[in-house]
Design a protein around this ligand. Structure first.
Ligand SMILES: NC(=O)c1ccc[n+]([C@@H]2O[C@H](COP(=O)([O-])OP(=O)(O)OC[C@H]3O[C@@H](n4cnc5c(N)ncnc54)[C@H](OP(=O)(O)O)[C@@H]3O)[C@@H](O)[C@H]2O)c1
Length: 346
């Protein structure tokens, strides 16, 4: 183990094989960098950088503080924010304490509960969008500790893949539509309707009864049509293409990609509302910059919709924990067709 240098003093994982877990309270050797008992495999990075600098390491077992649960991770999911955080892109907004275990989405089983945490019991199947105020102990690990308020029980009939792919994107979609106060009378334009957030927002908007127009690459048009969305190709000429479908403009716009503010303003009818999750400048023109919050109860509502068949989470593929950097590269390239998952059991 090196105490300095590129790995930042984290112990690279060599002694233990993939899939070999320790249970909570299991002792072990002591890692000087963390100053605590080692306990689990985790992907970590010691400073901001490229995805390839992430490494599989031994990390301390997280503790179940009062009001918190420790989750044995089965699946995590990748979101663009994970590699944006790793690049240092959110440094002005959220404090990072290195070494960092990335990842905010998780599905797994409750291992232990903290004092006075009656909401959950060891053995419960749960999911969470587990962003905390400090970036440090994420979900790309065998275990993660999270406040019970961000955790939701997974209903029967929802598998770990769908439960892990849902939290961040589902809660963002819901918060965006709630901020828009969307109703059945609306015609909603969704920029990036085929992405993680967009595809869920499109389904939720259709459930409300709104008319939905969604931008996507041509190869994704069929999948949007299948959920009752009128697809249009993004890029030059977008305003004209949308006007062919909605000559009077649209009453609401949800921007899930950024860089489309002028098109949005041209297409919004008088009194229209708009939100963006990717462009803070919308606030200068009467829009709202939406930032998703952890919310266990709302996540439970979304999971129930998945159980009821009212909401479908698209999964692209899953990666072993040690291959998380590859998943980051695919997410960054924008070539995934559905959620990219990290399987923490491999
Ligand atoms: N503020 C928040 O709380 C919040 C929450 C979640 C996500 N975000 C941000 O929102 C963005 C989307 O997240 P995501 O998870 O949905 O990403 P994603 O799953 O990677 O989807 C991105 C989508 O963008 C589409 N796209 C690419 N270029 C486009 C363009 N010029 N115009 C319209 N669509 C375009 C792609 O559609 P095709 O594949 O059809 O080409 C792709 O499906 C990311 O920047 C993410 O960091 C913010």
């Amino acid at each position: 183990m090196s105490a300095t240098g590129q790995d930042g003093g984290i112990t690279p994982l060599a002694a233990r094989g993939a899939g070999e877990r320790r249970s909570v309270g299991d002792g072990g050797n002591v890692c000087a960098a963390w100053g605590v008992v080692l306990g689990m495999r985790a992907m970590t990075y010691a400073e901001y950088g490229e995805p390839s600098t992430m490494a599989l390491t031994d990390a301390p077992m997280p503790k179940a503080a009062p009001g918190a649960v420790v989750i044995r991770v089965e699946r995590a999911s990748v979101n663009p924010v994970d590699w944006k955080v790793m690049s240092g892109g959110l440094d002005g907004l959220i404090e990072a304490v290195f070494p960092v275990i990335p990842g905010w989405d998780v599905a797994g089983v409750v291992e232990t509960v903290g004092p006075d945490t009656p909401e959950f019991t060891p053995g419960d199947r749960v999911a969470s969008y587990g962003r905390t105020d400090i970036i440090h102990g994420g979900t790309f690990a065998e275990y993660v500790a999270l406040p019970a308020t961000s955790v939701a029980a997974i209903p029967d009939g929802v598998d770990m893949d769908a439960a892990a792919g849902l939290p961040l994107v589902g809660l963002t979609a819901l918060r965006s539509l709630e901020t828009l106060e969307l109703t059945a009378d609306d015609t909603l334009l969704i920029h990036a309707a085929s992405g993680g957030v967009g595809f869920l927002a499109a389904q939720l908007a259709r459930e409300v009864g709104a008319t939905v127009i969604g931008t996507a690459s041509a190869h994704n048009h069929e999948k949007l049509q299948a959920i009752g969305v009128t697809p249009v190709t993004y890029g030059d000429g977008l305003v004209e293409r949308v006007r062919e479908i909605a000559p009077d403009g649209v009453s609401a716009v949800a921007d899930f990609v950024g860089g489309v503010r002028e098109d949005t303003l041209e297409l919004l009818a008088e009194g229209g509302r708009h939100v963006s999750i990717a462009d803070p400048s919308v606030e200068e023109t009467g829009g709202r910059w939406v930032w998703v919050r952890p919310d266990g109860p709302r996540l439970r509502t979304l999971l129930q919709k998945v159980a009821d068949g009212a909401l479908r989470v698209e999964i692209d593929r899953s990666f072993a924990l040690a291959d998380a950097a590859e998943a980051f590269e695919i997410s960054r390239a924008g070539t995934a067709n559905g959620k990219l998952l990290i399987d923490a059991t491999r």
